[in-house]
Design a protein around this ligand. Structure first.
Ligand SMILES: Nc1ncnc2c1ncn2[C@@H]1O[C@H](COP(=O)(O)OP(=O)(O)OP(=O)(O)O)[C@@H](O)[C@H]1O
Length: 581
């Protein structure tokens, strides 16, 4: 492995080292830059050592570079203003590098153990990456929750989709059914209407026939009545009636006159009769004074006078009888005439009645005619409509309305479906989420297993290794890790507090812990030991080195040597060391 370093830490002149696999001791005086070299090498294993930690504060540029197995790893630093730009190619980037590849007072584990801190949970968690596992598990659990929630949401969505799809299917079926029904209803309605209209046509035709018959009857009646009327009108001679009326009026006048004459004669007769009675009385008494006028009358004359008055009375009787005869004749004639007038009037009345009847018949006939015309129009229209297609009526309208509603619902559902996603895709997504859930569960299971394994391994490995190394190094105590991840030290079966151990014993325990971590959890090509604080005897140290050499390719030990400028040497006498694995 070729190493080149410039302006890293205290190394302000280019340091070039050629290291062989195995154990190399780097000797240099104090403050020469051993820690800087170690830091530079460890910085190739982790970004935890920052550019600011590395670059010499007095320099603007620096680098650490190694060439190993034909590959170059480097960190090249350049200060520009207040920032350090860095170009790098690391061997690894592991937080545990500072814990597990550099054994120096700066290593926090060593610092803690030396102070007697038995709690090594932090070290185990960090090196075995249990924390990382926990974090991974937590993040996986969170992810699992998220995926499960997505999965459940999608299941609900899918459920909704299925429901909508079902409803859509039902709607489609119903629309189909309704459309068929509509077709049937249309046909049925058309047929029904057709039948109804045909029946109506027949009915109308029958009614027209009946009306025509009725009209003919009326016309016959009209004809007959007209004839009768003509005949009656012939009989009812108005002129004759007028003539007769006038004659009656004339007769009435004559009768009045005759009756007056008769009355006058009867009055006259009455007067004459009373005179006659007076004359008879005067004769009987031989009166010589006229009872009427008071004049002197010869009693012999009473007779003559009687005869004369009697004659006058008789004459008046004849006249009166003539008048009465005349009156009777006139009355008879009047009655005849009146009879004739009445006859004419009766005929006239009959004519009026018949005329009224004729008028009614004519009105009826014209009504029948109009009815026939209206029926014929209806008939014509029905005959035309019977062959034409008809609008589907109320039931059809109901179906249309329902179909319209269903179509609207269908388009709403289709929109919802569009928003929810394509069922197949959602199903695929569900399937994929299901796989993810299974996968995450598996990962969590793996982590749980790994978690237990790591804990078990750390404990077991530590116990095996520590007791083997402690034995090899001829320490007379054993070490374990309890369930609380505390170091439990026992000497002759008695538990001892860590702080009671000697510094070399504590340093050894720290080293054993680092070796377990290094072996199990950290792959690094080199391990650097600052020997300055190692209080082992050379024999024990050689055994530790031998073991280390079995784990990493390059073991680099930095040593202070004030007599030397700088020296690297290979440590060869490791053959007698036991091989621990
Ligand atoms: N980043 C830095 N910039 C400048 N000088 C530094 C830096 N880091 C360390 N130094 C100095 O570089 C010198 C070398 O220090 P370093 O710790 O590497 O030496 P060392 O050989 O390990 O010494 P010791 O044997 O005493 O531990 C010291 O004087 C130190 O103060």
């Amino acid at each position: 492995m070729q190493v080149r370093i410039l302006n890293i830490g205290g190394i302000n002149r280019e340091l070039v080292l050629s290291l062989e696999k195995g154990i190399t001791i780097y000797r240099a005086p104090n403050a020469y830059g051993k820690t800087s070299l170690s830091k530079a090498l460890v910085s190739l294993l982790t970004n935890e050592i920052t550019a600011e930690d590395l670059l010499n504060v007095f320099s603007d540029e620096g680098f650490v570079e190694i060439e190993m197995d034909g590959k170059k790893y480097f960190r090249r630093l350049k200060r520009i203003k207040n920032r350090i730009l860095e170009e790098k190619n690391l061997i690894a980037d592991d937080k545990n590098a500072t814990l597990l590849s550099y054994f120096s007072p700066e290593n926090p584990l060593i610092a803690r153990i030396i102070t007697g801190d038995e709690n090594i949970e932090w070290f185990i968690s960090s090196t075995s990456r249990i924390d990382e596992l926990k974090r991974r598990r937590e993040s996986l659990i969170m992810k699992l929750e998220e995926v499960k929630s997505n999965y459940n949401n999608l299941l609900r969505t899918y459920d909704d989709i299925k429901k909508i799809a079902n409803e859509l299917e039902n709607i489609n079926l119903e629309i189909e059914r309704l459309e068929k029904e509509k077709e049937n209803v249309t046909v049925q309605t058309e047929q029904t209407i057709k039948i109804t209209r045909q029946n109506r046509i027949v009915e109308i035709r029958e009614r027209i026939q009946a009306k025509i018959k009725e009209l003919k009857e009326k016309e016959t009646k009209i004809q007959k009545l007209t004839q009768e009327l003509e005949e009656l009108k012939g009989k009812a001679n108005i002129e004759l009636k007028d003539k007769l009326t006038k004659e009656i009026q004339e007769i009435d006048r004559e009768l009045d006159s005759l009756i007056n004459r008769q009355n006058s004669i009867e009055i006259e007769q009455g007067v004459l009769t009373r005179i006659l009675q007076d004359i008879q009385e005067a004769e009987r008494i031989h009166s010589s004074m006229c009872p009427v006028c008071g004049s002197k009358v010869e009693p012999d004359l009473w007779k003559v006078r009687f005869e004369t008055v009697k004659k006058d009375i008789n004459e008046l009787d004849r006249t009166k009888n003539d008048i009465i005869n005349n009156i009777n004749k006139k009355k008879m004639r009047r009655s005849e005439l009146l009879q004739k007038v009445k006859e004419i009037e009766r005929t006239e009345e009959l004519i009026a009645q018949k005329s009224k009847a004729l008028e009614n018949l004519n009105i009826e006939a014209s009504v029948i005619n109009r009815t026939i015309e209206a029926l014929q129009k209806q008939l014509k229209s029905l005959e035309e409509r019977v062959e034409s297609t008809y609008e589907v009526e109320s039931k059809d309208n109901d179906i249309d309305k329902r179909i319209e509603e269903l179509r609207k619902r269908r388009s709403d559902l289709e929109l919802q479906l569009q928003q929810l996603g394509i069922p197949k895709k959602v199903a695929e997504e569900i399937e994929s989420l299901k796989k993810q859930i299974d996968d995450i569960n598996k990962q969590i299971d793996d982590i749980n297993r790994e978690y237990i394994r790591r804990l078990t391994v750390v404990k077991e490995e530590f116990e095996t290794l520590s007791n083997s190394i402690l034995k090899e190094l001829e320490f007379n105590y054993t070490a374990e890790i309890d369930e609380k991840y505390r170091l439990v030290i026992k000497k002759d079966g008695v538990t001892m507090e860590l702080r009671r151990l000697s510094t070399s014993e504590k340093t050894t325990l720290a080293l054993i812990l680092i070796l377990v971590g290094l072996k199990e959890y950290f792959k690094a090509p080199f391990f650097i030991i600052d020997e300055s604080f190692m209080t082992f005897d050379q024999k024990r140290f050689s055994r530790v080195l031998k073991y280390l050499n079995g784990i990493v390719d390059y073991v680099i030990i930095t040593k202070s040597d004030e007599t030397l400028q700088v020296k690297t040497e290979r440590l060869l006498e490791t053959r007698e060391l036991p091989v621990l694995s």
